[in-house]
Design a protein around this ligand. Sequence first.
Ligand code: 6PG
Length: 254
Amino acid sequence: MPADRATPNLQIFADATEMARAAAIRIIELAHVSANAHGRFSLALAGGSTPKRIYELLASEEFSDQLDWSQVHVFFGDERCVPPDHDDSNYRMASEALLSRVSLPAENVHRIRGEGDAVANARLYEDELREYFGDGKWPRFDLVMLGMGDDGHTASLFPGTSALDVQNAWVTANWVEKFDTFRVTLTAPAINHARQVMFIVTGASKAERLQEVLHGARDEHRLPSQLIQPQDEGALAWFLDEPAAAKLSRKELG
Ligand code: 6PG
């Protein structure tokens, strides 16, 4: 187990609304830091339902004016193998909640193709990431946002699936038996070389698993969210609401 693990900083808010607000404020802060440091901000969005409220806040008058969107490049942590206008598309969710409502140049939106061949789409996306980040060993996202499923998965890194062991690719097509479909996802090493990783987890249904992921025995194949350990001084933060944090022993929270 790598010694230089980032100690997760847990931030617990009364409810999902407060959590979303704090997350939006933090994203704006990180965007300013990155833009000042290297002229642009590379943000990988999470899919699922939890981030939607954050995206809507970022698109709101209160927040959207605080960013020079021409400096923001939007990527995705994972995608379902459906067309971009499909109900299950992470791109569609993000586009309706944020991307179509702010002055983000179209060329700054780096969508994962959900339609067509998943293996080919994973390769295409890796090529696109290499074009943006250069051909180094790993991409260095400024911020990767992640959700966590009730089963402990994150991005599309599901328990017991082949993507969990991928150590030589930035993006992979992952067969998910329980959904009888492929997903295209960033790999754990690609996520773990980000400058900042932000988990956003709300709701009582996540409490049991969250306790296991954070304070339980290491078992990455059963709890893939445990694979997320930023390297190279990368930072890890968990934005939680009280119901999701309900089973975390406060003693262990220090
Ligand atoms: C996806 C996500 C996935 C999501 C979790 C949590 O494509 O589904 O990337 O990893 O973050 O499943 O989903 P909820 O936010 O809907 O609980």
